[in-house]
Design a protein around this ligand. Structure first.
Ligand code: T1G
Length: 703
């Protein structure tokens, strides 16, 4: 039952329950409206307490209903909020758990609010590309003041109830059960015969509102170039200085525009995609994770040290092993330097630095890893080295320990076969810097058992990583796709583009960094090593020579002071290189290509559709379970613009028919052989479907 009512001495306590977060879906809205009607029709009832069951007051409107008929079906959220505010019998919201979005807006419509200390309240709508659309932009400023309300609404960040104590939002903050306190408060106010206040009747006061709003508008505009929601939040909050109904009209208009914006659809796709990624079809809640109380890490280099920090930050002890005291000392010093850097910026305290370093045990002896529940190797990317390490881990690790490789390109099944326990082996592919990047590719080996996967997903949540499961293939999901993206970028140089034009086009599309600046940052020699391996393993895959020539010129990137660009010492600013341009022009000549003007649109299409086409193959092969997993990988690991929702979502918005048509055009041009469309793309485009349609699961993966 979504809504239940119990009576306490003339007070109706109305509890709504809609796991997992008490979203205000249609059933809850209907139940609340009916309960309020019943209370107002019952002379034995003198007041109403409204509260959420479970650990949330409410996570807000049910965003799964958005852009469906249920979202607006009466009683919609406005109807329920009007019913609360116009109730003849006073209503008190009892907030025992997080109240967000429409949940807080529901509480703002009540005459009184009582919150338990430790709860959080917020209006996070801006994070999914909309604005509070049920009166929050008008009532919150009347409760907590213009500035606090604007900051909460534009940032979308929840605030601890204690921080709003005395603000006029809460009539009481209590240690215990807010329902008990709400019943008592209502009884007192009814007995006193007080008129029951409505926030809408208050005025918003500010010494110099226009000056504050002008300053806020400038700051918000600068910080939200591609996002239409924040400026509209400012407009709506600014309208709270006007009569209530006028302000509501501004809010409503903003909400209507934003809910249909491509940016909001993309952000909602990412919101649900990140949560869907944590679900593995054949690993249900019945599969219990193994406990991970201690972690062992082999390799104290950049990756090993970064990985260790994730666990230390979560309070999990780590034993970290190196092959020499000097390498070990260097690794430990780097971790301490990182923490002290964070402390200098005020992100952590000096005490936390010592607390975390105190959980770290450096060692040269594999025996020290024997009691670890999870062992992660982050050593050199060579099979021989991995084989040596996994052989030793297999020999010392306790029964049931999980052995993980951080490899970014080697075959996880082949590594698992270096041990007698392949069922306990999987890949945990962290992205550099490992203590910063949110993405974690969890690579499922052919023999990896389900509780090992469940453990990996639970550990990812503990160390605050966004985990995506990948099958075993060369490059898993992210790197396999980025290789096609980079390949097209070098082909464009052969035809007429220069690195700076390609980077500029991709950064205008929204990538944090274009492919050539990214290569110079990561090191062009890394991709060079992979191509050398490819020339042997995959002679069918063609590459432009310019990337190899660049490396043969010793232009590895920032670390060598020159790459696709030139760099001044100590300065990361990329400067176009005459030497590189000469090499590029020479290459076009050698290929007999007459260089041509290439549009930014063609650059963007060829690079993004290269991602999409490879993503379609990854879906077909079941390497990724769903298209949104691929989008999550690109949003959290590769700087794909969030307001476009990821490569597969972007292709869906363009229309797969149009994507395929563009690919067929490029197939008739230079390097046309690299534009063979994935069968899944052809199938979906031909049937008018999208990658992210629920039914678009490729047969292979669905089997
Ligand atoms: N609607 C529908 N489902 C939701 C939801 C929501 N508002 N919030 C969470 N879920 C699902 C989520 O997809 C996941 O599902 C499960 O709940 C647990 O979520 C008019 C219109 C509330 C802090 O933006 O911030 O009100 O994967 O893993 O870590 O102005 O969820 O299990 O199937 O995140 O404990 C405004 C969004 C809505 C809040 C809980 N509210 N949610 O975090 O669990 S718009 C929001 C969150 C609105 C009004 C407007 C978090 C959380 P599944 P979870 P969690």
């Amino acid at each position: 039952m979504a809504v239940t009512t119990t009576l306490r001495d003339g007070i109706a306590v109305v509890t709504f329950d809609n796991p997992p977060v008490n979203g205000l879906g249609l059933d809850v809205r209907r139940g609340l409206a009916e309960a309020l009607d019943a209370a107002n029709a019952d002379d034995a009832i003198h007041g109403v307490v409204v509260t959420g069951g479970g650990r949330f007051f409410s996570g807000g409107a049910d965003i799964k209903e958005f852009n469906t008929p249920r979202a607006e079906q009466a009683p919609n959220l406005h109807d329920v909020i009007a019913a609360v505010e116009s109730s003849a019998k006073p209503v008190c919201a009892a907030i025992n758990g997080t109240a967000l979005g429409g949940g807080l807006e529901l509480a703002l419509a009540a005459h009184y609010r009582v919150a338990r200390r430790g709860t959080e309240v917020g209006l996070p709508e801006v994070k999914i590309g909309i604005l509070p659309g049920a009166g929050g932009t008008q009532r919150l400023p009347r409760a907590v003041g213009l500035e606090t309300a604007l900051n909460m609404i534009v940032s979308g960040v929840p605030v601890a109830a204690e921080r709003l104590d005395g603000s006029g939002l809460f009539d009481a903050l209590v240690e215990g059960d807010a329902v008990e306190a709400a019943v008592a408060l209502l009884r007192g106010r009814i007995a006193a015969g007080a008129a029951h206040p409505r926030l809408r009747d208050r005025q918003v006061e500010h010494d110099d509102a226009q000056a504050f709003l002008a300053w806020a508008r400038m700051g918000v505009a600068a910080a939200s170039r591609h996002y239409p929601a924040p400026p509209r939040c400012v407009d709506a909050v600014a309208a709270s200085l006007r009569p209530f109904e006028e302000g509501i009209a501004v809010e409503r208009e903003g909400f209507t525009v934003l809910i249909n914006s491509p940016e909001s659809r993309a952000l909602r796709h990412a919101f649900f995609g990140e949560r869907a990624a944590s679900r593995i079809d054949d690993v249900g809640p019945d599969v219990k994770p193994r406990p991970v109380a201690r972690v062992g890490i082999v390799g104290a280099g950049t990756m090993g040290g970064g990985i260790a920090m994730n666990f230390l930050n979560a309070g999990i002890p780590v034993a970290i092993l190196e092959t020499s005291q000097e390498a070990l000392d260097r690794g430990i010093a780097a971790i301490r330097r990182n923490y002290e850097g964070s402390a200098k910026k005020g992100r952590i305290t000096a005490a936390q630095v010592e607390q975390r370093m105190g959980l770290l045990t450096p060692t040269l002896d594999y025996a020290a890893l024997a009691d670890a529940d999870l062992l992660i190797e982050a050593v050199y990317e060579e099979y021989a080295v991995k084989q040596a390490v996994f052989g030793k881990l297999d020999a010392v690790a306790k029964e049931g320990a999980i052995l993980a490789t951080n490899t970014s390109s080697l075959d996880v099944d082949r590594i698992a076969a270096f041990t007698r326990r392949p069922q306990d082996v999987l890949g945990l592919h962290f992205f550099s810097p490992a203590n910063v990047m949110r993405l974690l590719e969890v690579v499922r080996g052919a023999k990896t058992v389900r509780d090992v996967l469940a453990t990996a997903m639970a550990v990812a949540k503990t160390i605050r990583k966004t985990a995506v499961v990948s099958g075993v293939c060369d490059g898993f999901i992210g790197n396999r796709m980025i290789e096609q993206y980079a390949r097209q970028a070098t082909f464009l140089l052969e035809e007429g583009a220069l690195p700076q034009q390609v980077d500029r086009a991709m950064e205008a599309f929204g990538f944090a960094m274009g492919p050539f600046r990214m290569g110079d940052l990561a090191g062009n020699d890394i991709a060079w090593a992979i191509r050398k391996r490819r020339y042997v393993e995959r002679p069918d895959m063609v590459y432009a020579k310019n990337a190899d020539l660049l490396c043969e010129m010793g232009r590895f990137g920032q670390k060598t002071g020159k790459g696709w660009y030139d760099y001044q010492p100590g300065d990361r600013t990329p400067h176009p290189s005459a030497e590189v341009e000469a090499m590029i022009l020479e290459q076009s000549k050698a290929l007999g290509i007459t260089r041509r003007e290439i549009s930014d649109r063609e650059i963007v299409e060829r690079l993004v559709y290269a991602l999409v086409n490879e993503g379609a193959r990854i879906l077909e092969e079941g390497i990724a379970a769903r298209a949104s997993d691929i989008d999550v990988v690109y949003l959290y690991g590769y700087g794909f613009p969030a307001w476009r929702g990821g490569p597969m979502f972007h292709a869906d918005q363009v229309g797969l028919y149009n994507v395929l048509a563009a690919m067929r055009r490029y197939a008739r041009g230079h390097r046309g052989e690299t534009w063979e469309p994935a069968p899944l793309l052809v199938e979906l485009a031909g049937s008018g479907r999208s990658f992210n349609d629920p039914v678009a699961r490729p047969r292979a993966a669905a089997a």
